[in-house]
Design a protein around this ligand. Structure first.
Ligand SMILES: NC(=O)c1ccc[n+]([C@@H]2O[C@H](COP(=O)([O-])OP(=O)(O)OC[C@H]3O[C@@H](n4cnc5c(N)ncnc54)[C@H](O)[C@@H]3O)[C@@H](O)[C@H]2O)c1
Length: 250
């Protein structure tokens, strides 16, 4: 679906790669001014270039979402550049595929990025959106926010937490005309799942557990994020939207 987000401003974290980049490109194509944010400067710059190549407007702001003051500064910088903020896609995250998440440091790092990072962004975005008279926030959770996972205790805990934070925000800021939802992707082909996707045996196992028989594409998540931000979803708030090819249905 084509949206017209002309005159709107969208901020996307983790936009230097994967799902965040796909969302940033989709917003750019739909006429929004885009704030591309990431710790990865090269990836962020590439996303900005891709948006500009299709005639869109974007700037890159480097920000580590685990750092509360850096997040506040990012939103201030965005307001200086574009004057207001309409949408926030709080998407930056890490998966620790190789590390032991029972390790104290790995656990703390996961929480600081995947959960506290989302809290930092929501808090800063809401301040700006209130001044604008409303807005929409979409957080990135996961199907691991709804189901268990035997190998990643921190990841699964943070993604459950993101759904809780989303529901809290939806209730707290409804009176401010701010809708808060999240997306729960299944297995999507990005840098995060490269190790799985490049191993034929793991890939086949992943595809077999998905009724639609394949991994998802980042654009398929971006489409859901734009819909949740759009007026088409004007009565949707507090909702964890599952986009997983049917993986959690059975
Ligand atoms: N790929 C999947 O199968 C899948 C499934 C469910 C949920 N998710 C979630 O989707 C989100 C995006 O993941 P992706 O698959 O696009 O992976 P990705 O690795 O391609 O992108 C993640 C981006 O987040 C950035 N990032 C990491 N730490 C950061 C920090 N502290 N501050 C700012 N940016 C940071 C990375 O630099 C990277 O550009 C994550 O929250 C992830 O947990 C992914």
């Amino acid at each position: 679906m084509d949206y017209d987000f002309g005159g709107k401003v969208a901020l996307i974290t983790g936009a230097g790669s994967g799902i965040g980049r796909a969302t940033a490109l989709a917003f750019g194509k739909s006429g929004a001014s885009v704030i591309v944010s990431d710790v990865n400067e090269q990836g962020g710059d590439e996303t900005v270039d891709l948006i500009k190549q299709t005639g869109g407007q974007a700037i890159f702001i480097r920000c580590d979402v685990a750092d509360a003051s850096a997040v506040d500064e990012m939103v201030e910088q965005a307001l200086k550049e574009y004057g207001h903020l309409d949408y926030g896609h709080n998407n930056a995250g890490i998966a620790n595929v190789q590390a032991d998440e029972w390790d104290e440091d790995v656990w703390a790092r996961s929480l600081s990025i995947n959960l506290t990072g989302v809290m930092h962004c929501m808090r800063a975005e809401v301040k700006a959106m209130r001044e604008r008279g409303g807005g929409a926030i979409v957080n990135t959770s996961s199907i691991n926010g709804l189901t268990g996972n035997a190998s990643q205790p921190a990841y699964v805990s943070t993604k459950h937490g993101v759904i809780g934070l989303t529901r809290h925000g939806a209730l707290k800021w409804a009176k401010d005309n701010i809708r808060v939802n999240c997306v729960c992707p299944g297995v999507i082909e990005t840098a995060m799942t490269e190790a799985v996707a490049s191993n034929p045996q793991y890939r086949a196992a992943m595809e077999n557990m998905t009724p639609l028989g394949r991994m998802g594409r980042p654009e398929e998540i971006a489409g859901a994020v734009l819909w949740l931000c759009s007026d088409q979803a004007s009565f949707v708030t507090g909702h964890p939207l599952v986009i997983d090819g049917g993986a959690t249905v059975a």
